[in-house]
Design a protein around this ligand. Structure first.
Ligand code: UT7
Length: 324
């Protein structure tokens, strides 16, 4: 018997305000056509004034709990992937815990920028396999609209706000690849690439939260190679290849990156969950959002083999293979 971390519920939340590409044409030297053709993005959601990352996260968490048929006090731990916390501390995780009215368990944040959800999922899986927790809420939640430089057309048209959540629970499996749950993970980072994507402020640097800076086309080249390699590596660890995958659930940064990565893995684009057109790049929220939307659309079904892959600031990148 092998312990597995199995998905019991999924949910998401997007703020009400939808901003089409055309809205940027009034203030920036850009066009809907440029944004669509270079990134695949058509619209994104922005949080309302006063709406924080933990507000988005708790809504996604409630949806996932309802989907799982569980109450907040059934949960042992909350792991939130975010780079845009409400405050420097405490963690968004503990804020979600408080807002859910949870009186037990523990909560914390994981910060690996756009790869955050893959790192959080791998961490939650490790906690379940080690017996530290039996039921874990894993959340990706971001308000990247708060760290945009609205005068920088090369970044501010690309990002959006949102949250997605999974409930993972311990279940006995056989140890084989037909088990439901997390089957393998591959995590990487390389701090030499810091300049490619970073925020130019922070507590110990200048006491400000700063704005996002990105060398987009250089990151693009790194992204395709690193994403395909990490996804293939995670699959190889359990003796599988792209041919075994029902769905790639990629970080939704750019349709061209997503398509090129799938092509390198020999997976047809029809087997990729795409939400980038509607959400833009929501950083750590993009994979759980895509999982939740993929299930709601009837694309992802129980028993499907999924590979989730992401890259972001650090650089940090990785992939998780799971059977839904
Ligand atoms: O989530 C973390 C991971 N993030 C990523 O992986 C993002 C990776 N990068 C990308 O998605 C793409 O590189 C971008 C979408 C950011 C840019 O696409 P690109 O095809 O790499 O364009 P580029 O940066 O090479 O820029 C091409 C041109 C430039 O003009 P010149 O130098 O050719 O005259 C830019 O100044 O497009 C210009 N440009 C714009 N034009 C209209 C940049 N932003 C805009 C804009 N509207 N919003």
């Amino acid at each position: 018997m092998t312990l597995r971390a199995v998905v019991k519920g999924v949910g998401h939340y997007l703020p009400d305000r939808i901003v089409p590409n055309s809205e940027f044409e009034a203030t920036l030297d850009t066009t809907d056509e440029w944004i669509r053709s270079r990134s695949g993005i058509e619209r994104r959601h922005f949080a309302a004034e006063g709406q924080t990352t933990s507000d988005l996260a708790v809504n996604a968490a409630r949806a996932a709990l309802e989907n799982a048929g569980l109450q907040p006090d059934d949960i042992d731990a909350i792991v939130v992937a975010t780079s845009t916390p409400d405050l420097t501390f405490p963690s968004v995780g503990t804020m979600v815990q408080g807002k859910l009215g949870m009186t037990r368990g523990f909560a914390f944040d994981v910060q690996a920028v756009c790869a955050g959800f893959v790192f959080a999922l791998s961490t939650a899986n490790a906690m379940i396999l080690s017996g530290q927790a039996r039921r874990v809420l894993v959340i990706g939640a971001e308000t990247f609209s708060r760290i945009m430089d609205w005068t920088d057309r090369s970044t501010c048209v690309l990002f959006g706000d949102g949250a997605g959540a999974l409930v993972l629970a311990a279940e006995d499996g056989t140890g084989g690849v037909t088990d439901r749950g997390v089957l393998s993970a591959d995590l990487n980072s390389d701090g030499r690439y810091k300049e490619m994507l970073y925020v130019d402020g922070g507590v110990s640097t200048n006491g400000q939260s700063g704005k996002l800076r990105m060398q987009g086309n250089q990151l693009f080249r790194q992204a395709v190679e690193k994403l395909a390699t990490t996804a293939d590596t995670a699959l190889e660890k359990i003796g599988l290849t792209g041919a075994d995958v029902d769905w790639i659930v990629p970080h939704q940064a750019n349709l061209r990156i997503i398509a090129a990565t799938a092509a390198r893995m020999d997976v047809p684009i029809e087997r990729v969950i795409l939400t980038v057109q509607d959400h833009g790049n929501t950083s750590a929220a993009s994979i759980p959002l895509a999982l939740s939307v993929g299930v709601a659309r009837g694309q992802i079904k129980q028993g499907d083999l999924l590979v989730a892959e992401a890259i972001g600031g650090g650089l940090a990148w990785g992939a998780v293979v799971l059977r839904w």
